[in-house]
Design a protein around this ligand. Structure first.
Ligand code: NAD
Length: 491
């Protein structure tokens, strides 16, 4: 058995003193002087103190961003691309440091921090670097032959980017890469649970040579720093990933100056197993769909529907899989599932499991806390549910799947779509016709056939219904960060 990963000396140093925030190109304490604690969710211990940003800090950052935008918005696209490539290289050079900080802060297995979070972050910067010099407009013939018309694609301006704690570095990269490539400037607010990798990333932005104020990082709480950013009259756009509830607050806050808003919100994604599926792949895939990242994934396959004749086989197979998952500290390379991110999420997830039991559902496997320190919960499968139960309707955001048999396969799409969310869905079948008919019928921004969870920088990602506004990834994200001007010139 491998020993837990030892902390790098650079990680020890980073955690060893209070982390300031990045305003302009300076690392500064909060105006208020306040800091807040950051916890290791595997132990519940405080691992760092971080400057607590608030309205006063946001005001300073917005002023610096406005100044930076004057030049960055008109900067040489090739230069922007080179800086973004440099940043991606620096992320990779510091890969182990980022992976350790992410695992200590979020709890996720170090193997996943390395492969998914850190490598994924570098990949997003590289992909979007390629767009810097491809932000073309069109020329057009108009009603008069003496008029020349064309379009210009221009950046939106100062962007507030508010990200969650489930993939802290990766979500920051999803936000920053398209924003910077298109000539905008960013004020990034990491989640209060997981600010560490965003702060380290801020250091690398300066090392890569990004000008002052192009990227600023303000850690702090949502109702203070986050609200100040989304309500700020001189912020042009807010991009948010997190809960649907907070997404609605952001829309309201943004209405003051009608800033542009893009939202990547919650999900309750259906995972549908037909009787003709390759059962071994469907069972493993369905288990990974909910237990990966301890279920703290907006696209988690959290509602399992299987045709009745294979239902027992599917859920029992998933239960076997669940029992074998090695749950523990993310710093142990053998660990396959870490803790939930915080005591709040622990209470929320265990409270949801209890509500399912109170409403008459049953637990097939899991359901309990593991150990007495840290926020570990067993991988859990809930059966005998009814469509109106809270566990079926609400996002749990933990390693908890609700499973139901379906008798009438004609009804599956309707049942799967019976949710206010529409982020993702997956279908397991060997019948291609059925698979593609389902892909068309499901109201979700991403549909997976015989797989789950694949996301690529060049493909759009986002939600139908209350799962969001806009698409991140691919050329669709350029629409989130640019506005198009039509120019008519009489010759
Ligand atoms: P949240 O939506 O409260 O937090 C996400 C981000 O929004 C954080 O940076 C937070 O500081 C900020 N925020 C909070 N209130 C704000 C406000 N009024 N104005 C501006 N910013 C604000 O999410 P949470 O409380 O950390 O988690 C609660 C639930 O949200 C989870 O159980 C899960 O269901 C969902 N969630 C979804 C995602 C996702 O990727 N879709 C990610 C995290 C959480």
């Amino acid at each position: 058995m491998n020993a837990p990963v030892g902390k790098l000396s650079s990680v020890e140093q980073f955690l060893g003193k209070p982390r300031p925030m990045l305003i302009g190109d300076e690392w500064v304490a909060a105006q208020s002087g306040k800091t807040f604690p950051v916890y290791n969710p595997a132990t519940g211990e405080v691992i760092a103190q971080v400057a607590e940003g608030d309205k006063a800090d946001v005001d300073l950052a917005v002023a610096a961003a406005r100044k930076a935008f004057e030049k960055w918005g008109r900067s040489n696209p090739g230069k922007r691309a080179r800086l973004m490539w440099k940043l991606a290289d620096l992320i990779e050079q510091h890969a182990e440091e980022f992976a350790q900080l992410e695992t200590l802060d979020n709890g996720k297995p170090i193997t996943e921090s390395r492969m998914i979070d850190v490598m994924g972050a570098a990949a997003y910067f590289r992909y979007f670097a390629g767009w810097c010099d491809k932000l073309d407009g069109i020329t057009s013939r108009v009603s008069s032959p003496d008029v020349h018309a064309y379009t210009l694609r221009e950046p939106v301006g100062v962007c507030a980017q508010i990200v969650p704690w489930n993939f802290p570095l990766l979500m920051a990269s999803w936000k920053l890469a398209p924003c910077l490539a298109t000539g905008n400037v960013s004020i990034l607010k990491p989640a209060e649970e997981t600010p560490l990798t965003a702060l380290r990333l801020g250091e690398l932005f300066l090392e890569a040579g990004f000008p002052a104020g192009v990227v600023q990082v303000i850690p702090g709480y949502g109702h203070t720093a986050g609200a100040a950013l989304s309500g700020h009259p001189d912020v042009d756009k807010v991009a948010f990933t997190g809960s649907t509830e907070v997404g609605k607050l952001i829309v309201q806050a943004a209405s003051g100056n009608l800033k542009k808003v893009s939202l990547e919100l919650g999900g309750k994604s259906p995972n549908i197993v037909f009787a003709d599926a390759d059962m071994s792949k469907a069972i493993t895939g369905s288990a990974n769909a909910i237990f990966f990242n301890c279920g703290q994934v907006c696209v988690a396959g959290s509602r399992l529907y299987a045709e009745r004749k294979v239902f027992d086989q599917v859920v029992e197979g998933m239960a076997d899989f669940a029992k074998k998952i090695r749950v523990g500290s993310g710093m142990d390379p053998q660990t396959q599932m870490g803790p939930l991110v915080s005591s709040t999420q622990f209470d929320r997830v265990t409270g949801m499991i209890k509500s399912g039991l109170d409403e008459g559902a049953e637990i097939l496997t899991g359901g309990k806390r593991i150990g007495d320190q840290g926020y570990f919960v067993e991988p859990t499968i809930i059966v005998n549910t009814k469509p109106n139960m809270r566990v079926v309707r609400e996002e749990i955001f933990g390693p908890v799947v609700v499973a139901s048999p379906v008798d009438d396969i004609e009804e599956i799409a309707r049942i799967a779509n019976d949710t206010p969310y529409g982020l993702a869905a997956s279908v397991w079948t060997q019948d291609l016709t059925k698979a593609h008919k389902m892909a068309s019928a499901l109201k979700a921004g991403t549909v997976w056939i015989n797989t789950h969870g694949m996301i690529e920088p060049h493909l759009p990602f986002g939600g139908y219904k209350q799962s969001g506004w806009g698409r991140e990834g691919g050329k669709e994200s350029l629409d989130l960060y640019t506005q198009v001007k039509a120019v008519f010139a009489a010759l």
